[in-house]
Write a protein that binds this ligand. Structure first.
Ligand code: SAM
Length: 269
């Protein structure tokens, strides 16, 4: 018997016109649409007169839902997964289900479309040859300091001011692009350096959705000296010798020993 196909359908991130003909057709043809929030997806379906029935598929109770979804595929039904906005599986439910479907031999088809990180990156003015997508980050990992391509963050509405402060404390000063309300009426790109927006937070309107793109570490100055100094201090305070602290930082951040040793000379006795 024919097995069903799992379609991942990207939906708009604000402007309802940002959806492909193929995406609309796929949503029309599917036996069911698995939606993160049926009210949100309902508006899109109404706009394009799509009558397909929806089932909820969200991050809570995912295990049980995944096995239900696999049985539907097994019975030959075609399913379209959508999230509230953008590409499913990118900081949204979908990835675990795809991994399961792939491992069990079901066909998975991706219908491309809007994705906030790509929409922001291509208009940022920062290099696009490579990038590091962090997504939502509760804790910043030290390994990010040495990443030498733009770092892309998602941030929840209303937290942008605190988030930029957190980035400056962690990375030191760097070029940053804040993309607000992409594809919507009040779309704005703020381009500058972190210190400028931390000193004058009113420069950025805090209402709305944001993607933050931070320039990667440059090759001449891989990581801000002040940041290295703080890390050395913390390690020495935690009981390491200066030499051990230097060696650890070099390993963790892939830095040259001479450069970190030179900074360690500034450590207070
Ligand atoms: N799956 C989505 C995608 O493909 O981009 C991301 C969903 S994630 C739950 C929501 C986050 O994406 C927001 O907090 C914000 O950081 C970013 N985002 C989504 N839509 C946006 C928009 N129109 N403008 C700016 N950022 C947006």
């Amino acid at each position: 018997m024919k097995k069903g196909t799992l379609f991942l359908v990207a939906t708009p991130i604000g402007n309802l016109q940002d959806i492909s003909y193929r995406a609309v057709q796929t949503l029309m043809d599917a036996d069911f649409i698995l939606a993160e929030d049926t009210r949100v997806t309902g508006k899109l379906l109404a706009r394009y007169e799509i009558a397909t029935k929806m089932k909820r598929y969200h991050k809570f109770n995912m295990k049980r839902q995944n096995s239900d979804v696999l049985s539907l595929l097994d019975s030959g039904l075609d399913l379209a997964v959508v999230s509230d906005a953008g590409t499913p599986g990118i900081s949204d439910p979908g990835q675990e289900l795809v991994a399961l479907a792939v491992s069990q031999g079901y066909q998975v088809v991706s219908i491309p479309g809007a994705c906030a990180l790509i929409t922001a990156l291509v208009a940022s003015g920062l290099p696009t040859k490579g990038f590091y997508f962090v997504g939502f980050s509760t804790k910043l990992d030290d390994k990010l300091l040495a990443v030498d391509v733009p770092l892309i963050f998602y941030e929840a509405p209303h937290r942008i001011e605190k988030f930029l402060q957190k980035l400056q404390t962690f990375f030191g000063d760097r070029r940053v692009v804040v993309a607000r309300e992409l594809t919507k009426l009040h779309e704005t790109f703020y381009r500058g350096v972190l210190s400028e927006f931390v000193k004058e937070p009113e420069k950025i309107k805090i209402k709305g959705e944001f993607v933050v793109i931070l320039d990667g570490a440059s090759s001449e100055q891989i990581v801000d000296e002040e940041v290295i100094l703080q890390k050395l201090e913390a390690k020495v305070l935690a009981g390491l010798s200066k030499k051990e602290a230097v060696a650890q930082i070099c390993r963790e951040l892939s830095l040259k020993k001479n450069a970190v040793y030179a900074i360690s000379l500034r450590l207070k006795k």
